[in-house]
Design a protein around this ligand. Structure first.
Ligand code: AVI
Length: 315
């Protein structure tokens, strides 16, 4: 769950949706995918045969855990940004040699609390779990490290960085560097590959990604009282090669009138609502971006087919 359901703080869904409908081209932040229903659909996406990123990243984490654990060392504090269900930290905790503090940050307090309790029970000696409810994209004040903690290590898996525009990604990485100075960031990003593989990953045969995309309109109908006709929109996802990104849109199949907040908006046949960018990286490109943000790029781990990469960036 990359951007978690907003149980902790309200977001300006109404004003962002008004803006998206009023201005052409129409575009909305992907953070609005992740209400309860959207988060469930995203969990299903991660299990799909065509959606390789989660599987490939987990395989790298498992295979390289001993080396990653050596980089982390003992008496470290690990901060996971947008931690969700706390699955990806487990291979690392299994390999760590010595106690650690683990601070998962997520905006969905209830889900985070339950996941943190389960993790603490599974690793009673190895780790102290300190969940932090908040929006990790904001510069949160993290609790001070106790004296025995040697370094703070950030963990940002899942290629969620790819859902940010490059300027936003740079700003975000700069903020992380400030929080992690003297430590490091373990960052997972998806790599550029055969467009056919990318196309299949975002156009799965079971239609789960289509349902995930369309759910943002269903969510608007539920929460904002809009009257989107879901049958009038088609899921549309394609690789934009010059921009190195998969784009997701909802394409209007016939002219629509949408009512929101006392206003009426029109969409014509063929108009789209741009709902997500998923940038793909080269290893060199990511290292350049990280350097611009003030990190010193070091070790890179990938799967044998170089589908996905994990980067150790000294802060
Ligand atoms: C969360 N994020 C990295 C996913 C991605 O691949 O960009 C979200 C997603 N969108 C469609 N499928 C998965």
């Amino acid at each position: 769950m990359p951007f978690a359901a907003e149980t902790a703080m309200p977001e300006p869904f109404l004003s962002d949706m008004v803006r998206a409908l009023a201005a052409a081209p129409h575009s909305l932040s992907p953070k609005y995918f992740y209400d309860e229903q959207g988060s469930r659909l995203f969990d299903r996406i991660c299990e799909l045969p065509e959606y390789y990123p989660t599987r490939c990243e987990m395989s790298v984490l498992r295979a390289c855990a001993p080396d990653i654990a050596r980089h982390i060392g003992c008496d470290a504090e690990i901060v996971e940004y947008g931690a969700g269900s706390l699955h990806k930290i487990r291979p690392i905790l299994d390999a760590l040699d010595g106690p650690a503090r683990y601070l998962p940050i997520d905006i969905s307090g209830e889900h985070l609390g339950a996941s943190a309790r389960a993790l603490q029970e599974a690793y009673p000696e190895e780790v102290l779990v300190i969940p932090i409810v908040g929006d990790y994209t904001e510069d949160l004040a993290l609790p001070a490290c106790p004296p025995r903690v040697k370094r703070r290590i950030g963990f940002f898996p899942g290629s969620t960085l790819g859902n940010m525009h490059p300027a936003e990604a740079l700003r975000f990485l700069r903020m992380l560097r400030g929080q992690l100075r003297g430590g490091a960031l373990l960052l997972g990003v998806d790599l550029i590959k055969d467009p056919a593989i990318l196309h299949a990953a975002y156009n799965d045969s079971q239609g789960v990604t289509a349902a995930f995309n369309l759910n943002v309109l269903a969510r608007a109908n539920r929460e904002l009282g809009t009257d989107f006709d879901l049958d009038a929109y088609a899921h549309c996802a394609f690789y934009n090669a010059p921009e190195h990104r998969v784009e997701m849109h909802l394409m209007c199949r016939r002219p629509q009138e949408i009512h929101l907040d006392g206003r009426c908006f029109r969409m014509s046949q063929g108009d789209t609502l741009h709902t997500e960018n998923s940038y793909k990286f080269t290893i060199g490109g990511l290292r350049t971006l990280a350097s611009e943000a003030g990190f010193v790029p070091a070790t890179v781990w990938t799967d044998p087919d170089r589908m996905f990469s994990l980067h150790w960036l000294e802060a």
